[in-house]
Design a protein around this ligand. Structure first.
Ligand code: HSE
Length: 436
């Protein structure tokens, strides 16, 4: 029987899960592929742990020993980060080894360089586990939806923030109260600001955008806004109006360019994706032929992520003897067809909005606010005015608008904030229907 020899870099949560799944399901995997997938070497800084887990495998604390090992056909990179991992992956490719990685930061930041090197060396670089953990969204976008012109992709692609937002809504807690618990549950990145500031989601969105539209990775141009400033009161008001607040990664193609943005977003509660709770992930992809499609599952964790890593290894096992032309291109499109599409700055993005303002409870304030919006052709969709609490003279006004261009809304907000009757800043959250 054909053999595929694997070297694993990093035997932590995902590496351990990968090793376990490969062992437990070995016969089923071989029935599917016709290939025996063997782990022949593992590198981890914690030698004792690695030896305890992978007792029958050669273990080293030198990752370069694995990428330089002539017996290894495919390197599985699970160490994270994007400095050492970049070096190791490029070295593995130079040594004509195939690479499977779960590393979203590495692909989002250095994917263009890595794919160029992989093409030159005729090796596979597979990265299903880098986006939404166990959900096979890369395969769906790249192959299952290949007949479509993809119009947009919107996803809950960070479990930590989805867990925090779910707790805030269900228990009426504030952001700071829930953060610690999310970290304790082990979904968070080594640096949790990557989760709560939307950077992790932007890495994953960048990858989806590249394969949805056939363009290079453009992480540095992604607009990223996290959930740290989100207030409990806005989650409550949104709910009163029939919406849920989710941290969404959104990428859309229009004639003027590509939107690439991560931010808290109001979604109608009747959408399935609005009901994705806890640490779960979900991605909606709109194709011109198929319409909106939804992919749901665990976006993190040992075995869910291992599920994607092992599926990639199975692809390598099947395609190892194929020519580059017979393989699915890295970015879904033929390399010479990858287009350098322009990313729209956030000021040019089109969105509907939720606005909350604090206003003196006196005649004419609402008329002034609606005039500012009307003067800029911003149409109001719904409005909510809360009665001031006893002994208070100011009230919250919540406005939902129809779609406008962001720079127009920026000008309107500046004018509203300049009104004498308005106290403090206007809270603005973008809103998406995700219907068509
Ligand atoms: N920190 C990530 C999350 C882990 O919370 O979704 C998976 O990439």
């Amino acid at each position: 029987m054909k053999q595929l020899n694997v070297g694993i870099l990093g035997l932590g949560t995902v590496g351990g899960g990968t090793y376990t799944v490969l062992k437990r399901n070995a016969s089923e995997i071989t029935r599917r592929t016709g290939v025996a997938i063997n782990v022949v070497q593992v590198a981890d800084r914690n030698l004792a742990n690695a030896k305890a887990l992978a007792a029958d495998v050669e273990v080293t604390d030198d990752a370069f020993a694995v990428v330089n090992n002539p017996a290894v056909d495919v390197v599985v990179e699970l160490i994270g980060g994007y400095t050492l991992s970049r070096e190791l992956v490029l070295k593995a490719i130079a040594n004509k080894k195939h690479v499977v990685t779960a590393n979203k930061a590495l692909i989002a930041l250095h994917g263009n360089e890595i794919f160029a090197a992989a093409k030159a060396n005729h090796v596979i670089v597979a990265f299903e586990a880098a986006v939404a953990g166990g959900i096979p969204i890369i395969k769906a976008l790249r192959e299952g939806l290949g007949a479509n012109r993809v119009e947009w992709v919107a996803g809950i692609i960070n479990g930590t923030t989805n867990f925090i937002l779910t707790e805030m809504r269900e228990k009426g807690l504030n952001f700071a109260d829930v953060l610690g618990e999310a970290q304790r549950l082990g979904y968070a990145e080594a640096d949790p600001t990557f989760d709560v500031e939307g950077i992790d989601a932007a890495h994953k969105l960048t990858i989806m955008s590249a394969i949805a539209f056939g363009m290079p990775m453009k992480f540095e141009q992604a607009y990223t806004e996290g959930i740290t400033k989100l207030e409990q009161v806005d989650i409550k008001y949104a709910e009163e109006l029939g919406y849920r607040v989710k941290l969404l990664g959104i990428t859309k193609r229009s004639d003027s360019g590509v939107e690439l943005r991560v931010h808290p977003t109001l979604i109608p509660e009747k959408r399935l994706v609005a009901n994705v709770n806890g640490a779960m992930n979900a991605v909606v992809v709109k194709g011109d032929a198929v319409g909106p499609t939804l992919y749901y599952g665990a976006g993190a964790g040992a075995e869910p992520t291992a599920s994607a890593v092992v599926a990639d290894l199975m692809d390598v096992a099947r395609l190892i003897d194929a020519t580059s032309a017979q393989r699915v291109p890295y970015l879904a499109f033929q390399p010479e067809q990858v287009q350098d599409l322009a990313i729209l700055p956030i000021e040019e993005v089109q969105s509907a909005y939720y606005l909350r303002l604090r206003a003196s409870d006196k005649p004419g304030v609402l008329a002034d606010v609606t005039k500012i919006l009307g003067d800029r052709s911003i149409s109001i969709d719904a409005m909510l005015q809360k009665e001031p609490d006893e002994n208070e003279t100011e009230a919250d006004i919540v406005i939902l608008t129809h779609i406008t261009v962001e720079k127009n809304m920026n000008a309107a907000i500046a004018a509203i904030e300049a009104l004498e009757a308005i106290t403090g800043k206007v809270v603005r959250i973008r809103m998406e229907e995700l219907a068509k």
